[in-house]
Design a protein around this ligand. Structure first.
Ligand SMILES: CC(C)(COP(=O)(O)OP(=O)(O)OC[C@H]1O[C@@H](n2cnc3c(N)ncnc32)[C@H](O)[C@@H]1OP(=O)(O)O)[C@@H](O)C(=O)NCCC(=O)NCCS
Length: 167
């Protein structure tokens, strides 16, 4: 079981380790180069500062219910309050392929549609990121576009799938 909540400054070591996990950099199209303590710290500070009234980016940390350990996050970003859409991102450092991602995506959709009154949420994933494509499609995201050979993963050109979910 997990719970959603804010990041804490004590999450820094975990964030630093995630951002330097080479395998995940490719699947998430994350930091291409080594990430310093300072970069990880700036990234975290940006996510724990007060959000204000209409934030364009919200992160929810995912924590183990009992231990409070940080296990991942979900985010809505590029939030557009006029056109009522946003992009979703998700990262789990462990507990993959056990349904946690699926549940967290559903929680995030509820927050986006009910609290933010959004009408459409988009996911942009690498076509070869099988787990990500599956977790979004099994939660009723439908493909609405493809950016062919759009991302260089260090060895090959990869295509991006644009998936969308409507309220
Ligand atoms: C993508 C991610 C969030 C999915 O979360 P999760 O908890 O593993 O998702 P779920 O367990 O709900 O579903 C994943 C499904 O993909 C399947 N899967 C994963 N890798 C697979 C593979 N290589 N081949 C076939 N199926 C695969 C799982 O078996 C599972 O299928 P099921 O529902 O039939 O059991 C998680 O793997 C993750 O954090 N990955 C790294 C970050 C990332 O890629 N984020 C997405 C970019 S936005």
């Amino acid at each position: 079981m997990y719970k959603l909540g804010p990041f804490k400054s004590s999450d820094l070591r975990t964030i630093f380790a995630w951002q330097n996990t080479v395998g995940d950099k490719r699947t998430t199209m994350g930091f291409r180069f080594p990430v310093s303590d300072e970069t990880a710290s700036l990234w975290l500070q940006k996510r724990i500062k007060p959000l204000g009234k209409n934030p364009t980016e919200i992160y929810w940390a995912l924590r183990e219910e009992l231990t409070d350990d940080l296990i991942g996050y979900v985010t809505l970003f590029k939030i557009d309050y006029i056109n009522k859409n946003a992009e979703i991102g998700i990262y789990l450092n462990a507990n993959r392929n056990t349904g946690v991602g699926s549940n967290a995506i559903r929680d995030c959709l509820v927050l986006g549609y009910k609290d933010l009154n959004l009408k459409k949420i988009q996911a942009v994933v690498l076509e070869n990121n099988i787990g990500a494509v599956k977790v979004f499609t099994k939660n009723q995201f439908k493909q609405e576009g493809l950016f062919k050979n759009h991302y260089w993963d260090g060895e090959n050109w990869q295509s991006l799938l644009i998936l969308a979910h409507f309220a």
